[in-house]
Design a protein. Structure first.
Length: 168
């Protein structure tokens, strides 16, 4: 066995131990008895910035590059570690990103074959436009009663049913 092979194996073992310890500490932490801690965890979403982002299989630049996410694509944040975040995308694929590639602007992705964007948060209101599957929309406010206010990159805005999008 060469020295470089031993060093690579030691690096992988150290990375595994680090991730295992961090995840284990969260899993085995004693639950708080305060009423505030009884709340259900809310999914946290972000989006990729204005450049595509490389997804790794571990929280390291030396880890294997698994795929690339398109610019402005929404992701769900699963774990935060230092400069790294573990994410899930709309296809339910999980990986690690450097946190600097994330954008603070919220976006959502159409997961229905066609999503109706309405003038008001009401199925009877007028249709502003239709968005095809995988179209990314900017989220412009909080969700209310199953509807999400959104804006297309061309400026058209309206409300979409939360059931027709992913990322909120």
């Amino acid at each position: 066995m060469s020295i470089s092979t031993i060093k690579n194996a030691a690096t992988l073992v150290a990375a595994f131990c680090f991730v295992f310890c961090v995840v284990s500490s969260h899993l085995w932490a004693q639950p708080s008895t305060s009423p505030a801690s009884a709340a259900v965890a809310i999914a946290q979403y972000a989006s990729i910035g204005d450049r595509p982002a490389i997804v790794f299989d571990a929280p390291s630049n030396k880890a294997q590059k698994t795929f690339i996410l398109s610019r402005q694509q929404p992701v769900e944040i699963l774990v935060k570690l230092d400069k790294w975040v573990k994410i899930r995308d709309a296809d339910n694929t999980i990986g690690w990103l450097e946190s600097g590639v994330l954008d603070s602007r919220r976006r959502t992705q159409v997961n229905a074959s066609v999503a109706d964007i309405r003038n008001m948060p009401n199925p009877a209101s007028s249709l502003v436009f239709e968005a095809q599957r995988a179209v990314i929309l900017e989220v412009t406010g909080p969700a209310a009663e199953g509807w999400l206010p959104v804006r297309h990159r061309d400026g058209q805005a309206g409300f979409v049913r939360k059931s027709q999008v992913w990322g909120e």
